[in-house]
Design a binder for this molecule. Structure first.
Ligand code: PLP
Length: 391
Protein backbone atom coordinates (compact mmCIF):
# COMPACT_ATOMS: atom_id res chain seq x y z
CA UNK A 1 0.00 0.00 0.00
CA UNK A 2 1.29 3.46 -0.93
CA UNK A 3 1.38 5.31 2.38
CA UNK A 4 0.51 8.97 2.66
CA UNK A 5 1.77 11.17 5.49
CA UNK A 6 -0.34 14.19 6.41
CA UNK A 7 0.71 14.69 10.03
CA UNK A 8 3.63 17.08 9.62
CA UNK A 9 2.63 19.27 12.58
CA UNK A 10 3.32 16.21 14.78
CA UNK A 11 6.67 15.53 13.15
CA UNK A 12 8.36 15.63 9.76
CA UNK A 13 10.51 13.08 7.91
CA UNK A 14 14.25 13.72 8.11
CA UNK A 15 15.90 15.17 5.01
CA UNK A 16 18.58 12.99 3.41
CA UNK A 17 21.10 15.84 3.79
CA UNK A 18 20.30 15.99 7.51
CA UNK A 19 20.87 12.26 7.92
CA UNK A 20 24.16 12.46 6.00
CA UNK A 21 25.41 15.40 8.09
CA UNK A 22 24.50 13.58 11.31
CA UNK A 23 26.10 10.29 10.24
CA UNK A 24 29.30 12.12 9.26
CA UNK A 25 29.35 13.84 12.65
CA UNK A 26 28.77 10.61 14.54
CA UNK A 27 31.57 8.92 12.62
CA UNK A 28 34.11 11.75 12.59
CA UNK A 29 33.35 13.96 15.57
CA UNK A 30 32.73 11.79 18.59
CA UNK A 31 34.78 13.98 20.92
CA UNK A 32 33.22 15.47 24.03
CA UNK A 33 32.86 19.20 23.33
CA UNK A 34 34.02 19.96 26.88
CA UNK A 35 37.38 18.22 26.30
CA UNK A 36 40.26 20.56 25.67
CA UNK A 37 42.02 18.26 23.17
CA UNK A 38 41.49 18.45 19.43
CA UNK A 39 38.71 15.79 19.37
CA UNK A 40 36.67 17.83 21.83
CA UNK A 41 37.44 21.17 20.23
CA UNK A 42 36.39 19.93 16.77
CA UNK A 43 33.01 18.92 18.18
CA UNK A 44 32.76 22.24 20.01
CA UNK A 45 33.37 24.16 16.77
CA UNK A 46 30.49 22.30 15.09
CA UNK A 47 28.15 23.33 17.92
CA UNK A 48 29.26 26.95 17.89
CA UNK A 49 28.81 27.16 14.11
CA UNK A 50 25.18 26.08 14.43
CA UNK A 51 24.63 28.46 17.34
CA UNK A 52 25.90 31.33 15.18
CA UNK A 53 23.72 30.21 12.27
CA UNK A 54 20.60 30.27 14.49
CA UNK A 55 21.58 33.64 15.95
CA UNK A 56 21.91 35.08 12.42
CA UNK A 57 18.47 33.74 11.49
CA UNK A 58 16.85 35.31 14.56
CA UNK A 59 18.99 38.51 14.58
CA UNK A 60 20.20 37.87 18.12
CA UNK A 61 23.57 37.05 19.68
CA UNK A 62 24.87 33.45 19.79
CA UNK A 63 25.01 33.59 23.60
CA UNK A 64 21.20 33.88 23.61
CA UNK A 65 20.73 30.43 22.03
CA UNK A 66 20.70 27.49 24.47
CA UNK A 67 20.51 23.97 23.05
CA UNK A 68 18.00 21.67 24.76
CA UNK A 69 16.53 18.25 24.03
CA UNK A 70 13.23 19.52 22.55
CA UNK A 71 10.48 22.13 22.53
CA UNK A 72 8.99 20.65 25.69
CA UNK A 73 12.21 21.07 27.64
CA UNK A 74 12.73 24.63 26.36
CA UNK A 75 9.22 25.68 27.39
CA UNK A 76 9.47 23.96 30.80
CA UNK A 77 12.80 25.60 31.47
CA UNK A 78 11.67 29.09 30.52
CA UNK A 79 8.45 29.03 32.54
CA UNK A 80 9.81 27.29 35.63
CA UNK A 81 13.04 29.26 35.75
CA UNK A 82 11.16 32.56 35.31
CA UNK A 83 9.32 31.76 38.51
CA UNK A 84 12.19 30.20 40.44
CA UNK A 85 14.96 32.58 39.43
CA UNK A 86 13.38 35.79 38.14
CA UNK A 87 10.68 36.21 40.79
CA UNK A 88 7.68 35.92 38.45
CA UNK A 89 4.52 35.95 40.62
CA UNK A 90 1.86 36.01 37.94
CA UNK A 91 1.51 34.32 34.54
CA UNK A 92 -0.90 35.43 31.83
CA UNK A 93 -1.61 32.76 29.22
CA UNK A 94 -4.46 31.17 27.26
CA UNK A 95 -6.13 27.74 27.15
CA UNK A 96 -4.78 27.26 23.62
CA UNK A 97 -1.22 26.52 24.68
CA UNK A 98 0.53 23.19 24.13
CA UNK A 99 0.48 20.97 27.21
CA UNK A 100 4.18 21.46 27.87
CA UNK A 101 3.37 25.13 28.47
CA UNK A 102 0.00 24.78 30.20
CA UNK A 103 1.22 22.03 32.54
CA UNK A 104 4.39 23.95 33.41
CA UNK A 105 2.20 26.93 34.31
CA UNK A 106 -0.12 24.73 36.38
CA UNK A 107 2.87 23.25 38.17
CA UNK A 108 4.08 26.74 39.08
CA UNK A 109 0.58 27.61 40.30
CA UNK A 110 0.36 24.47 42.46
CA UNK A 111 3.89 24.36 43.82
CA UNK A 112 4.87 28.03 43.92
CA UNK A 113 1.51 29.75 44.39
CA UNK A 114 1.87 31.74 41.16
CA UNK A 115 -1.30 33.61 40.15
CA UNK A 116 -2.49 32.56 36.70
CA UNK A 117 -4.77 34.63 34.46
CA UNK A 118 -6.12 32.93 31.33
CA UNK A 119 -7.40 34.91 28.38
CA UNK A 120 -10.24 32.93 26.84
CA UNK A 121 -10.03 32.97 23.04
CA UNK A 122 -13.10 33.81 20.95
CA UNK A 123 -14.81 31.17 18.78
CA UNK A 124 -12.27 31.82 16.00
CA UNK A 125 -9.44 31.02 18.41
CA UNK A 126 -8.21 34.62 18.59
CA UNK A 127 -6.75 36.16 21.73
CA UNK A 128 -8.08 39.63 22.56
CA UNK A 129 -5.01 41.81 22.98
CA UNK A 130 -7.20 44.52 24.55
CA UNK A 131 -7.93 42.05 27.34
CA UNK A 132 -4.20 41.33 27.63
CA UNK A 133 -3.55 45.04 28.07
CA UNK A 134 -6.24 45.30 30.78
CA UNK A 135 -4.64 42.42 32.66
CA UNK A 136 -1.16 43.87 32.28
CA UNK A 137 -2.38 47.23 33.60
CA UNK A 138 -4.28 45.68 36.48
CA UNK A 139 -1.46 44.37 38.70
CA UNK A 140 1.98 45.33 39.99
CA UNK A 141 3.04 41.70 40.38
CA UNK A 142 6.05 40.60 38.36
CA UNK A 143 4.40 39.04 35.31
CA UNK A 144 5.29 36.57 32.57
CA UNK A 145 3.05 36.45 29.49
CA UNK A 146 3.11 33.11 27.67
CA UNK A 147 1.30 33.06 24.30
CA UNK A 148 2.20 30.77 21.43
CA UNK A 149 3.04 32.09 17.97
CA UNK A 150 1.09 29.52 15.93
CA UNK A 151 -1.36 27.06 17.37
CA UNK A 152 -0.42 23.45 16.58
CA UNK A 153 -4.03 22.26 16.18
CA UNK A 154 -5.80 25.05 14.30
CA UNK A 155 -2.83 27.02 12.94
CA UNK A 156 -4.00 30.44 14.23
CA UNK A 157 -1.21 33.00 14.34
CA UNK A 158 -0.81 35.46 17.21
CA UNK A 159 0.64 38.92 16.59
CA UNK A 160 3.66 38.36 18.83
CA UNK A 161 5.25 41.65 17.81
CA UNK A 162 2.28 43.51 19.29
CA UNK A 163 2.21 41.26 22.37
CA UNK A 164 5.92 41.96 22.91
CA UNK A 165 5.30 45.72 22.65
CA UNK A 166 2.55 45.51 25.27
CA UNK A 167 4.78 43.46 27.55
CA UNK A 168 7.58 46.00 27.27
CA UNK A 169 5.14 48.85 27.91
CA UNK A 170 3.90 47.24 31.13
CA UNK A 171 7.24 45.80 32.20
CA UNK A 172 6.24 42.15 31.82
CA UNK A 173 8.36 39.31 30.46
CA UNK A 174 7.14 37.60 27.28
CA UNK A 175 7.57 33.95 26.33
CA UNK A 176 6.29 32.66 23.01
CA UNK A 177 6.17 28.97 22.10
CA UNK A 178 7.46 29.26 18.53
CA UNK A 179 7.83 25.52 17.94
CA UNK A 180 5.44 25.53 14.95
CA UNK A 181 6.86 28.64 13.30
CA UNK A 182 10.65 28.38 13.75
CA UNK A 183 12.24 27.70 10.35
CA UNK A 184 8.83 28.07 8.67
CA UNK A 185 8.72 31.87 8.90
CA UNK A 186 11.23 34.69 9.00
CA UNK A 187 11.62 35.70 12.65
CA UNK A 188 13.57 38.81 13.55
CA UNK A 189 13.91 39.07 17.31
CA UNK A 190 15.65 42.43 17.05
CA UNK A 191 12.20 43.72 16.02
CA UNK A 192 9.90 41.22 17.72
CA UNK A 193 10.97 41.82 21.30
CA UNK A 194 10.11 38.44 22.82
CA UNK A 195 12.21 37.60 25.87
CA UNK A 196 11.99 33.83 25.44
CA UNK A 197 11.11 31.46 22.58
CA UNK A 198 11.44 27.77 21.79
CA UNK A 199 12.33 25.52 18.88
CA UNK A 200 12.22 21.82 18.04
CA UNK A 201 14.19 20.46 15.07
CA UNK A 202 11.83 17.59 14.24
CA UNK A 203 9.15 20.06 13.13
CA UNK A 204 11.27 21.07 10.11
CA UNK A 205 12.83 17.81 8.86
CA UNK A 206 15.51 17.70 11.53
CA UNK A 207 16.06 15.00 14.16
CA UNK A 208 14.03 14.36 17.30
CA UNK A 209 15.69 14.99 20.65
CA UNK A 210 17.18 18.38 19.85
CA UNK A 211 15.86 21.91 20.09
CA UNK A 212 16.82 25.21 21.58
CA UNK A 213 15.55 27.98 23.78
CA UNK A 214 16.05 31.62 22.88
CA UNK A 215 16.76 33.48 26.12
CA UNK A 216 17.27 37.22 25.85
CA UNK A 217 20.45 37.96 27.74
CA UNK A 218 19.10 40.94 29.65
CA UNK A 219 16.53 38.74 31.42
CA UNK A 220 19.25 36.89 33.34
CA UNK A 221 17.33 33.60 33.21
CA UNK A 222 19.13 30.66 34.82
CA UNK A 223 18.96 26.97 33.97
CA UNK A 224 17.09 24.25 35.84
CA UNK A 225 19.31 21.33 34.83
CA UNK A 226 22.54 21.69 36.78
CA UNK A 227 25.76 19.71 37.00
CA UNK A 228 28.05 21.07 34.32
CA UNK A 229 29.24 24.22 32.57
CA UNK A 230 27.70 23.39 29.19
CA UNK A 231 25.52 26.00 27.48
CA UNK A 232 26.92 28.71 29.72
CA UNK A 233 25.72 26.65 32.72
CA UNK A 234 22.12 27.20 31.57
CA UNK A 235 21.67 23.57 30.55
CA UNK A 236 24.15 21.12 31.99
CA UNK A 237 24.86 17.84 30.21
CA UNK A 238 27.10 16.71 27.37
CA UNK A 239 25.75 18.19 24.16
CA UNK A 240 23.97 16.18 21.46
CA UNK A 241 26.55 17.09 18.83
CA UNK A 242 25.07 15.08 15.94
CA UNK A 243 21.58 16.38 16.81
CA UNK A 244 22.81 19.97 16.81
CA UNK A 245 24.50 19.46 13.44
CA UNK A 246 21.25 17.91 12.14
CA UNK A 247 19.26 20.88 13.43
CA UNK A 248 21.70 23.23 11.69
CA UNK A 249 21.41 21.40 8.36
CA UNK A 250 17.61 21.27 8.61
CA UNK A 251 17.49 24.99 9.39
CA UNK A 252 19.81 25.77 6.48
CA UNK A 253 17.58 23.82 4.06
CA UNK A 254 14.39 25.40 5.42
CA UNK A 255 15.76 28.93 5.14
CA UNK A 256 17.21 28.36 1.66
CA UNK A 257 13.89 27.07 0.34
CA UNK A 258 11.50 28.94 2.62
CA UNK A 259 9.64 30.90 -0.05
CA UNK A 260 9.28 27.94 -2.42
CA UNK A 261 8.17 25.63 0.39
CA UNK A 262 5.68 28.20 1.64
CA UNK A 263 4.17 28.76 -1.83
CA UNK A 264 3.96 25.01 -2.38
CA UNK A 265 2.27 24.28 0.96
CA UNK A 266 -0.13 27.22 0.66
CA UNK A 267 -1.16 25.95 -2.80
CA UNK A 268 -1.65 22.44 -1.36
CA UNK A 269 -3.69 23.84 1.51
CA UNK A 270 -5.91 25.87 -0.88
CA UNK A 271 -6.35 22.74 -3.01
CA UNK A 272 -7.31 20.68 0.05
CA UNK A 273 -9.90 23.27 1.11
CA UNK A 274 -11.40 23.28 -2.39
CA UNK A 275 -11.42 19.47 -2.82
CA UNK A 276 -12.73 18.64 0.65
CA UNK A 277 -15.43 21.32 0.47
CA UNK A 278 -16.67 19.87 -2.83
CA UNK A 279 -16.52 16.22 -1.67
CA UNK A 280 -17.98 16.50 1.82
CA UNK A 281 -21.06 18.74 2.08
CA UNK A 282 -21.22 20.48 5.43
CA UNK A 283 -17.48 20.30 6.15
CA UNK A 284 -16.13 23.33 8.03
CA UNK A 285 -12.67 24.60 8.91
CA UNK A 286 -11.80 25.49 12.48
CA UNK A 287 -10.40 28.73 13.84
CA UNK A 288 -8.67 30.82 11.17
CA UNK A 289 -7.44 27.64 9.52
CA UNK A 290 -8.84 28.35 6.05
CA UNK A 291 -7.67 31.99 5.98
CA UNK A 292 -4.43 32.87 4.23
CA UNK A 293 -3.04 35.65 6.40
CA UNK A 294 -3.96 34.66 9.92
CA UNK A 295 -3.09 31.02 9.72
CA UNK A 296 0.02 28.88 9.47
CA UNK A 297 0.31 27.43 5.94
CA UNK A 298 1.34 24.01 7.26
CA UNK A 299 -1.92 23.27 9.12
CA UNK A 300 -5.54 22.81 8.06
CA UNK A 301 -8.05 21.97 10.77
CA UNK A 302 -11.26 20.52 9.36
CA UNK A 303 -14.55 19.67 11.04
CA UNK A 304 -16.45 16.73 9.52
CA UNK A 305 -20.22 17.09 9.80
CA UNK A 306 -20.70 13.77 11.64
CA UNK A 307 -19.35 12.08 14.73
CA UNK A 308 -16.82 9.36 13.99
CA UNK A 309 -14.20 8.85 16.69
CA UNK A 310 -12.63 6.05 14.61
CA UNK A 311 -11.84 8.21 11.62
CA UNK A 312 -8.08 8.35 12.33
CA UNK A 313 -7.95 4.56 12.49
CA UNK A 314 -10.06 4.13 9.36
CA UNK A 315 -7.82 6.50 7.40
CA UNK A 316 -4.75 4.72 8.75
CA UNK A 317 -6.16 1.42 7.46
CA UNK A 318 -6.36 3.08 4.04
CA UNK A 319 -2.70 4.11 4.36
CA UNK A 320 -3.28 7.75 5.29
CA UNK A 321 -1.65 9.11 8.44
CA UNK A 322 -3.50 12.05 9.89
CA UNK A 323 -4.25 13.40 13.33
CA UNK A 324 -7.57 13.96 15.05
CA UNK A 325 -5.98 16.60 17.27
CA UNK A 326 -2.40 17.24 18.20
CA UNK A 327 -0.10 14.20 18.43
CA UNK A 328 -0.10 14.55 22.20
CA UNK A 329 -3.88 14.37 22.53
CA UNK A 330 -4.91 12.25 19.54
CA UNK A 331 -4.88 9.05 21.60
CA UNK A 332 -7.16 10.61 24.19
CA UNK A 333 -10.91 10.13 24.04
CA UNK A 334 -11.64 13.62 25.39
CA UNK A 335 -11.70 16.51 22.90
CA UNK A 336 -8.63 18.70 23.23
CA UNK A 337 -8.78 21.98 25.11
CA UNK A 338 -8.27 23.84 21.81
CA UNK A 339 -11.33 22.13 20.28
CA UNK A 340 -13.34 22.87 23.42
CA UNK A 341 -12.49 26.55 22.92
CA UNK A 342 -13.37 26.86 19.23
CA UNK A 343 -16.29 24.43 18.81
CA UNK A 344 -19.84 24.83 20.07
CA UNK A 345 -21.29 22.10 22.31
CA UNK A 346 -23.44 20.90 19.40
CA UNK A 347 -20.39 20.66 17.16
CA UNK A 348 -18.51 18.71 19.82
CA UNK A 349 -21.42 16.28 20.12
CA UNK A 350 -22.08 15.86 16.42
CA UNK A 351 -18.86 16.50 14.50
CA UNK A 352 -15.31 15.19 14.12
CA UNK A 353 -12.20 17.39 13.99
CA UNK A 354 -9.32 16.38 11.73
CA UNK A 355 -5.91 18.04 11.53
CA UNK A 356 -4.29 17.80 8.11
CA UNK A 357 -0.73 19.09 8.11
CA UNK A 358 1.59 19.53 5.16
CA UNK A 359 5.26 19.60 4.24
CA UNK A 360 7.06 20.52 1.02
CA UNK A 361 6.83 16.80 0.16
CA UNK A 362 3.01 16.76 0.18
CA UNK A 363 1.46 16.47 -3.29
CA UNK A 364 -1.94 17.21 -4.80
CA UNK A 365 -2.22 13.45 -5.41
CA UNK A 366 -1.96 12.96 -1.60
CA UNK A 367 -4.87 15.34 -1.17
CA UNK A 368 -6.86 13.53 -3.89
CA UNK A 369 -6.32 10.22 -2.05
CA UNK A 370 -7.39 11.78 1.25
CA UNK A 371 -10.50 13.28 -0.36
CA UNK A 372 -11.48 9.94 -1.93
CA UNK A 373 -10.91 8.07 1.33
CA UNK A 374 -12.86 10.61 3.37
CA UNK A 375 -15.70 10.62 0.86
CA UNK A 376 -15.93 6.81 1.04
CA UNK A 377 -15.83 6.81 4.84
CA UNK A 378 -18.36 9.64 5.02
CA UNK A 379 -20.80 7.94 2.62
CA UNK A 380 -20.51 4.54 4.33
CA UNK A 381 -20.85 6.22 7.67
CA UNK A 382 -24.06 7.96 6.65
CA UNK A 383 -25.47 4.68 5.17
CA UNK A 384 -24.55 2.67 8.30
CA UNK A 385 -25.95 5.34 10.56
CA UNK A 386 -29.22 5.41 8.56
CA UNK A 387 -29.47 1.58 8.76
CA UNK A 388 -28.97 1.63 12.53
CA UNK A 389 -31.55 4.35 12.95
CA UNK A 390 -34.08 2.34 10.86
CA UNK A 391 -33.52 -0.92 12.70
N1 PLP B 1 4.89 23.35 21.37
C1 PLP B 1 4.16 23.13 20.28
C2 PLP B 1 3.29 24.23 19.75
C3 PLP B 1 4.19 21.90 19.64
O1 PLP B 1 3.45 21.68 18.56
C4 PLP B 1 5.01 20.87 20.18
C5 PLP B 1 5.04 19.53 19.58
O2 PLP B 1 4.05 19.04 19.09
C6 PLP B 1 5.78 21.16 21.31
C7 PLP B 1 5.70 22.41 21.88
C8 PLP B 1 6.68 20.13 21.91
O3 PLP B 1 7.83 19.96 21.15
P1 PLP B 1 8.73 18.62 21.30
O4 PLP B 1 8.03 17.56 20.56
O5 PLP B 1 10.03 19.00 20.67
O6 PLP B 1 8.86 18.36 22.73
Amino acid sequence: MNKIYLDNAATTPLSEEVIDAMVDTMKMNFGNPSSTHSFGQEAKILIENVRRQIADYLHVTPAEIIFTSCGTESNNMIIKSSVEHLGVERIISSPLEHKCVSESILDMKNRKGVEVNYIRPDEKGDIDLGRLEELLKGSDKKTLVSLMHANNEIGNLTDIKRVAELCRQYNALFHSDTVQTMAHMNLDFSEIMVDFASCSAHKFHGPKGIGFAFIRKATGLKGIITGGPQERSLRAGTENVAGIVGLGKALELSLTHMNDYKDHMQAIKDYAIEKLSAAIPGIKFNGRSSEKNNSLYTVLSALLPYKNPLIGLQLDMKGIAISQGSACSSGASKPSMVMMMVLTEDEMDACTPLRISFSHLTTKADIDSLTTALKEISENFVIEKTNVEHR
